[in-house]
Design a protein around this ligand. Structure first.
Ligand code: MN
Length: 210
């Protein structure tokens, strides 16, 4: 995946129907091909006349967003955040979901009591987002797991935590199927969590990065 300008919207690594019946085909198509595409287009537009920023990775742009030229701060935060958060979200879905295992399951049990208790706490966090945003499972220093929420297209990157899993709770992520009932969407989303990818992310978090 190209992680710097000119950003491209790679195809989903699964079909638009893959998450049926939990996430419907029309939502998957619009979410990836229209919503994410718009963030990508607008991020490219923002960086078009900033050649020095075109060699900087997306994560670095987001980490140092407050040090960018003033007129680029908001466009990079909103659109770069939109690209980062959506890529993370789509890569965190799988139609072969299963449940967490290994080191990640051990950490979930240690930090949340049980997998069921983690799910309850994660759902509560996802429901607590007022308006648009995300809930995240992240690792802090030392690998300790926490659940956090972010507003709009803010990312966890400036918080210096290591993301493992996120759920998009913007209405565009669920309104066609679940209407206004975000809780039903969260319950359905739990059926299509890519725990394998989450375990890989957790391993990266526990490695050299933090
Ligand atoms: Mn979205």
């Amino acid at each position: 995946m190209q992680d710097y300008y000119c950003f491209v919207n790679l195809p989903l690594p699964y079909s638009y129907t893959a998450m049926e019946p939990y996430i419907d085909v029309q939502t998957m198509y619009l979410h990836h091909d229209k919503h994410l595409q718009t963030y990508i287009d607008n991020l490219n537009k923002a960086l078009k006349d900033a050649p020095r920023l075109q060699r900087i990775s997306l994560e670095e742009l987001l980490f140092y967003a407050d040090e960018l030229p003033e007129e680029l701060r908001v466009p990079v935060k909103n659109n770069g955040g939109g690209v980062y958060n959506h890529r993370f979200y789509f890569s965190g879905l799988s139609n072969d979901a299963g449940e967490p295992s290994g080191a990640l399951l051990d950490a979930i049990v240690q930090d949340f009591g049980s997998f069921e208790s983690f799910k309850d706490q994660f759902k509560a966090a996802a429901l607590s987002v007022f308006g648009s945003g995300y809930a995240w499972l992240v690792a802090g220093r030392g690998g300790r797991l926490k659940i956090i929420t972010t507003m709009n297209q803010d990312t966890p990157i400036p918080l210096s935590v290591c993301p493992i899993l996120n759920i998009d709770v913007w209405e565009h992520a669920y309104y066609l199927k679940h209407k206004n009932v975000r809780a039903d969407y969260v319950d359905d989303w739990f059926h299509v969590v890519n725990w394998k990818k989450a375990a890989e992310n957790y391993a990266i978090c526990c490695g050299a990065k933090k």
